[in-house]
Write a protein that binds this ligand. Sequence first.
Ligand SMILES: [Zn+2]
Ligand SMILES: [Zn+2]
Length: 253
Amino acid sequence: MKITFLGTGTSQGVPVIACNCAICTSPDARDKRLRSSIMIEAEGKVIVIDSGPDFRYQMLRAQVKHLDAIVFTHEHKDHIAGMDDIRAFNYRQEAAIDVYATTRVQESLKREFSYVFAEMKYPGIPEINLHTIDLAPFFIGHVKFIPIEVMHYKLPVLGFRIGDFTYITDAKTISEKERQKIKGTKILVINALQIEKHISHFTFLEAIAFAKEIGAEKTYFTHISHRLGRHEATLGVLPENITLAYDGLVLEV
Ligand SMILES: [Zn+2]
Ligand SMILES: [Zn+2]
């Protein structure tokens, strides 16, 4: 299975518009973070988790020529805003794209992209096949997804375990029951927003504590804000087996 980090930034991305801080002005390419998303290539399927506002550019940058499915973690704009741009794949593949989302997320998609669900469809709009997911494991082709419910302040958000790989983007609290689903994973991706406290995201120290508890062979932090520090400097203070993801990072799992 091949994992590509399409974006590793928080909702505003890094750099933040009009910000002159040391991170936003860093010359290091790893300090440029589009909104969080990964691409999974496994069992002949190309699957993206979330399609945020940078989806179009992420597809161009990673030279993605084929897409089978999008799986949504939750309905916040930084995770769904780019869904309109699946049209390119609709034309190219002459097929609808499979979209996996909970009923609650589907309600948001229907509001945000009402034209996609209209009875009289305007020509050229995105074509999707909606699949309803909940906390039960599901398959995309032969790829098994185990949903993990995490709390993003009061909003339940889905993370996913796929074999030995677990991806969680927007957690503040995770119940013991859900933690059990993650244990034994070899690669863990978890959100680490910033140093200071935050109401809906793990801070840097909370993410480190969580990573240590899970004890994966390697943990990658994502959904990073410009308040975390420069990539290179932050690597220097991280414990062994924990590192920062960056846009364009590819893992073979
Ligand atoms: Zn900044
Ligand atoms: Zn987010």
